[in-house]
Write a protein that binds this ligand. Structure first.
Ligand SMILES: [Zn+2]
Length: 256
């Protein structure tokens, strides 16, 4: 059964509710939503902060890493005292301090398997239970696996990536749009990590916050969600660009 906003919550989210496109219905859609964030690094911490503060009712955070000092320039949800501790636990503590109404489930396990069928039932369940999944991981194997599961379990996916001065975003809604594998058939990128290539700190925060915004817009059924579109951002030229996916890429997963 869906929950209604309390008077206190209606006051708290007033700046949202006065927006005609959000209104009480939109804020209640956030309150009743469960968003699963896979990867609590630069993208995941930025996304989780925005979603939690904005009034999303439930978050599921998945990551098996611990906080390192080299994370602190980008992953501003963490403090120096968190170094060496589990990322999902540190994130939960800080997010709960931001918004104690947000119900946060943490899973400190790696999101990996040789194929989707071999992934742990608990991780699969987390995707199935989510209203939207945010892919905030940093490697193509995890991205492919998350896409397969979201497609099979009919869960909308908002994918983000950032490296050097560049960011990208892609939304996949099963049954309504092309999947992430369609994109991968067109842009076969090398599996380069931020450790090797570097990352300009604010870029990852911009992309993670944009993922949160897209997820909220999907939940509130906004028009003009950028479907079948790769969005890219370049922090050197200060340009955002949208690239429409061409038809007929013969994707093996979604058969587009
Ligand atoms: Zn596809």
């Amino acid at each position: 059964m869906s929950e209604s906003l309390t008077n206190q919550q209606a006051m708290r989210y007033n700046r949202h509710i006065v927006l005609p496109k959000v209104d009480l219905d939109g804020q209640e859609a956030l309150l009743n939503a469960n968003i699963c964030i896979i990867g609590i690094g630069g993208l995941g911490t930025a996304a989780a902060t925005s979603l939690c503060a904005s009034g999303v009712g439930s978050l599921t955070l998945i990551d098996h890493d611990t906080v390192e000092a080299t994370n602190l320039p980008r992953q501003t949800l963490f403090c120096e005292k968190d170094v060496g501790t589990n990322k999902v636990e540190a994130a939960k503590a800080r997010l709960t301090a931001i918004n104690s109404d947000c119900d946060i489930t943490v899973m400190a396990e790696p999101f990996s398997a040789s194929d989707a069928a071999k992934l742990s039932p608990a991780l699969k369940q987390a995707i199935e239970n989510a209203d939207v999944v945010l892919d905030c991981t940093d490697n193509t194997d995890s991205r492919d696996l998350i896409n397969v599961l979201c497609f099979k379990l009919n869960t909308p996916l908002v994918s983000g990536a950032a490296i050097r001065f560049e960011g990208q975003l892609f939304v996949a809604i099963p049954g309504e749009s092309r999947c992430y594998a369609c994109l991968r058939t067109l842009f076969e990128s090398p599996d380069l990590s931020c450790v090797e290539a570097g990352i300009f700190s604010p870029v990852v925060n911009i992309v993670g916050t944009y993922q949160a915004m897209l997820a909220m817009q999907v939940l509130m059924d906004f028009d003009n969600i950028p479907k079948n579109t790769l969005m890219t951002f370049d922090a050197l030229s200060h340009e955002w660009r949208n690239w429409k996916l061409p038809k007929g890429v013969n994707c093996e997963l979604c058969a587009c």
